[in-house]
Each structure stands twice: as C-alpha cells, then as structure tokens.
Design a protein around this ligand. Structure first.
Ligand SMILES: Nc1ncnc2c1ncn2[C@@H]1O[C@H](COP(=O)(O)OP(=O)(O)OP(=O)(O)O)[C@@H](O)[C@H]1O
Ligand SMILES: Cc1cn([C@H]2C[C@H](O)[C@@H](COP(=O)(O)O)O2)c(=O)[nH]c1=O
Length: 212
C-alpha cells in the first residue's frame, strides 16, 4: 500500500468536568486499543506540543482576561492540529485526545459566559479545512454529579485555576457539556462515570469492540 492510500485514523476525544475520571479512562482505553494492534497517539489540550504545553502552564496558573483565555485555548489547538493531530490521522494512526473544542464550548461559553458566536468564529478559523471542520469522530463525555468530582479532586491534589472555581462554575460547565451532547447525538456519547471503574471499562470495550 502506498502512503497516499493509507486510510485516515480515527480521532477520539474524552471530555467531562474536572475530576470526572476522563484521564483514567483515556489511559485504560489507549492500553486496550494498543493491545488490539491499533497504532495511536495519546495527547491532550491545552497542550500536546512543546508550545502548547507552555501555553497550558500559563492557562492553568496565570490570571488573565476571558478573551485571552479563549484565544490561548485556540492557539494551543491550532498548533496541536498542525503539528500532531492531522499528521497522525494522515499516517492512519488514531488520536486519543484528553479534551478538544467541546471543552471550550463547556468552559469558556458555559462556565465563563463567552458569546457562542465568537466561539464559532474561532472554531471555524482554527478547525476549518477544505473538507470541512476538523472534529473528533467520536467524543465520550464522562459525566458525574458535582459532589462526586469534588470528592475525587479533594483526594490530595494541588488544584489549578479551573479546579479552584466555585460550584456554580462547574455546574454551568456540566450543563453545557450535556447540552452539547444533545446537539450532537451522532458524535457525542455520554457515559455515566459515577460507577465502578470495571463497569465503565466494560462499556468502553463494548463501544470499541467493532472498531478496527
Ligand atoms: N469510576 C471511578 N471510581 C472511583 N474513582 C475514580 C473513578 N474514576 C476516576 N477515579 C479517581 O478519581 C480521581 C480523578 O480522576 P482523573 O484524574 O482521571 O479525572 P479527570 O477527569 O482526568 O480530572 P481532571 O480533568 O481534573 O484532570 C483519580 O484519583 C481517579 O483514580
Ligand atoms: C481544552 C480546554 C481545557 N479547558 C480547561 C479544563 C481543565 O480545567 C483544564 C485542563 O486540565 P485537565 O484537567 O488536564 O483537563 O483546562 C478549558 O477551559 N477550555 C478548553 O478548551
């Protein structure tokens, strides 16, 4: 097979409020898919590139205006798309990404109140290509009640700027994620993450059973 005929890889993103368990499940899913022989890249946003990780450190730790925050999220994404995501998909590899633009919709629009028109403009600017908008093929939202995520986060970790936000902020983020799932039922799947790990892993194995 020539490189021109390699089938595009799959783009999977995981989302959820802070402490929902998405990083835990992403690591498990990556190991499970690798065992099935699927070549993949595991990455995250903000971050995923050398520049993106520097932007991540600023975003998670420095105070900044709402506009700066939204623009830096998309700056990290622009770099991530051109440097990591698009080349990997073109090589036929899967990309498993810990958060993508649904997170901007949930945190910057839902949590912070950014105008959705501005979000749509930035999304088009950064993600539009000739073939259409680059979006995940499948997005898993790990959903838990706030008391559960707060209890999981309280378990001995140093909280970043987003994690230190008030209860109302996280409630708005969760509501925005669920709204986004309702708007995109063909792409987004909500997973009840308030269950034992092995039960959630069995659901993930079922979802990906037919994927090759
Ligand atoms: N289903 C579960 N049952 C019990 N504990 C869980 C479950 N899922 C995750 N945890 C635990 O909750 C904590 C938070 O999980 P994790 O770091 O994966 O969340 P996260 O959604 O990636 O958080 P963040 O977005 O803030 O990085 C970890 O200690 C993890 O072991
Ligand atoms: C991509 C993206 C992320 N965020 C926020 C959400 C989280 O609180 C942090 C990332 O840290 P994580 O716990 O490792 O997921 O960034 C955001 O506000 N907007 C975004 O687009």
């Amino acid at each position: 097979m020539t490189s021109a005929s390699v089938a595009r890889g799959r783009f999977i993103s995981v989302e959820g409020i802070d402490g929902a368990g998405k990083s835990t499940h992403l690591a498990w899913l990556a190991a499970w898919l690798l065992k099935k022989g699927i070549a993949l890249q595991q990455s995250r946003e903000p971050g995923g590139t050398s520049l993106g990780e520097k932007l991540r450190a600023l975003l998670l730790n420095e105070s900044m205006s709402l506009e700066t925050e939204a623009l830096l999220m998309f700056a990290s994404r622009a770099q991530h798309l051109t440097e990591v995501i698009e080349p990997a998909l073109a090589r036929g590899e899967w990309v498993l990404c810990d958060r993508f633009s649904d997170a901007t919709f949930a945190y910057q629009c839902g949590g912070r109140g950014l105008d959705q028109t501005k979000f749509a403009q930035l999304e088009t600017w950064v993600q539009a290509r000739e073939a259409g908008l680059i979006e995940p093929d499948l997005t898993l939202i790990f959903d838990v009640p706030l008391e559960v995520s707060q209890a999981r986060m309280a378990n001995g970790r140093v909280l970043d700027r987003f994690e230190r936000e008030q209860h109302d902020f996280h409630a708005r983020v969760r509501a925005a994620y669920l709204e986004r799932a309702q708007q995109n039922p063909q792409r987004i799947r909500v997973i009840d993450a308030n269950r034992p790990l092995e039960v959630i892993q069995a659901e993930l194995a079922e979802i990906f059973a037919d994927y090759e």
